[in-house]
Design a protein around this ligand. Sequence first.
Ligand code: PGA
Length: 249
Amino acid sequence: MRRKIVAGNWKMNNDLTETEGLITDIKKQQRTSDAQVMIAPTFTNLWHAYQALRLSDIEVVAQNMHFAESGAYTGEVSAGMLKSVGINGVILGHSERRAYFKETDEMLAEKVNAALENEMFVIFCFGEELDDRKAGRHEQVVESQIKNGLFHLQASQWKHIVLAYEPVWAIGTGETASPEQAQDMHAFIRQVLETKYGNAVAENTSILYGGSVKPANAEEIFSKPDVDGGLIGGAALKAEDFYAIVNAI
Ligand code: PGA
């Protein structure tokens, strides 16, 4: 059975004081769903977040990492460093990393390997641009991002992978994919997994939707059979909104 997950991607928001405040607010929220809750603060706040949440049911994950273990990569952070501050999961391939920091499928495949070698799980993001959707090649784009980033893995490694479909045109724009567009793409992704790896991997891999998920639209999106939760940006920065989304599952 695949897990239901709601993960908050804080992006480059919240200094230490703000992180403490938001975690305090999050801890006060009432939980009525059994979804796995995750938050992804910035690197500098991971250790604090881990300490503050280690006895809770909230998992703290990183937003990115480098593929090398150590060395002359100024400004970068390795999987081993994340592990050493209690972090067991990482978001990889976010469209902002792909667009602004020129992360390629090949780099992402290496990052995935580094994460798995360090016994971390990966939330692997992908999604088409508006032009791709307008031209009707959204499925092709998504399929190639998944293939290039992940299809070198063995079936047995997929238990460490969570997928996050995030159409670029819906991220931070207030424009959400319709529940039907999300469902159609998630069903397509599951089909792609089934063709390559068979039914067990396809059925057991959680596929999250991301892109302007809000308390007002979460329930309808999450009601779709192939949508297993969400990767939440803006709405994860307010504890009440984030938990309204968590509880919409
Ligand atoms: P958004 O971001 O919810 O603010 O659109 C989602 C994401 O980038 O993961």
